[in-house]
Design a protein around this ligand. Sequence first.
Ligand code: GDD
Ligand code: MN
Length: 399
Amino acid sequence: MSEDLWPPHALDDPEVDTPPVSSTSGGVTLIIPTFNESANVAELLRQLCACLPATPPCEVLFVDDSTDDTPAAIEKAAADCPFPVDVLHRDSPSGGLGGAVVEGIARAGSDWIVVMDADLQHPPQLVPTLVGEGDRTGADLVVASRYLPGGSRAGLAGGYRVAVSRGATWLAKGLFPRALRGISDPMSGFFAMRRRAVTADALRPLGYKILLELAVRCRPQKTAEVPFVFQDRFAGESKSTAREGLRFLTHLAALRSASPLARMIGFGLIGLSGFVPNLLALWLLTHAGMHYLAAEVVANQAGVLWNFLLIETLLFRDRRRHRHWADRVGRFALLANADLLLRIPLIALFVGRFGLEVLPATALALVTTFVLRFAATEALVYLPRGPRAAARTRTTTRS
Ligand code: GDD
Ligand code: MN
């Protein structure tokens, strides 16, 4: 790759407020997550040696969760490299692939961070192009995209995986039209980002989609894209499982419900979905011979349980550690049933005191108790107790 793809960098940008751990300010830190990639790392480093220019300075940081001899293989291959190669081996690998990348970002002090896979599905030759494109256009984030003309997903095995990947892309873009504007491939794991554009206080990636996390939480001002061909794996096999799909959906929900208003809408939608198990249980119980009033009370608990499970996994994932689960179920159920009890006197009040018709009074009571229940659930079930609990609940990774 020619030198002119690397225009000079502005050194010592005063806006960079994070203490650089590495000393290559002005340079590029390549963050490469590895999980049992011992058969790939030597070839990867060989290709990187062949294509990375001497300036600006580059360094490679492997964030490794392997159970095989990947760290040793890296160290052996690194001996021939003209640039620094570090391995950060994590004995307790929290957060999987995304967690590994976040740990790498926290340690990187260069102007540019490039994230790429270790299995050569991401062509190393594109690294200078990504950074060069960012310098040329002033973009904070440059994504290697499979969906631009010239790009392709040749290495994505099977029609099933292609369809899943496409569906996931549409879903993410539909949920985050603004944050992902100009990013045709938000599922890409290959991108360059300016260190100073990583502005989120805390990154909480869940699973594979670290680019999504960065684009949505940090909202880089300007983005650019470069096409790339997603190649076949050089060796070994993919570490992604069906469970990743579920994690992806949970991740989307967590990102989407980061603001209070969005959380309230989510709370309402989940509440509506609770009618299904509620009515189903009512039907089962009355058919089994239970008196309909008793059945109403029991069936309501089915709806409450359903709501609780969805709210726990989708809305308040990060905020549930400070209370035992039994404590949370108890409080949640109490509030949900209090909501029912409160509604009747409230309707009576609206009709009797304020002269409202029954229908608008009922609608108003529904909305009032809903907002109250949302506020109370957030405050009494999921708000951390005291500053120490709050600190524990927050992810401590500084970005
Ligand atoms: N440290 C660490 N910890 N690394 C991991 C872990 C983990 O738990 N799981 C996977 N990795 C590493 C792998 O060793 C590899 O270098 C890289 O992350 C990607 O893993 P693959 O298993 O090869 O993923 P893939 O090919 O299915 O998915 C790729 O394509 C997706 C788009 O379709 C990745 O590039 C994804 O980031 C990308 O979203
Ligand atoms: Mn791969």
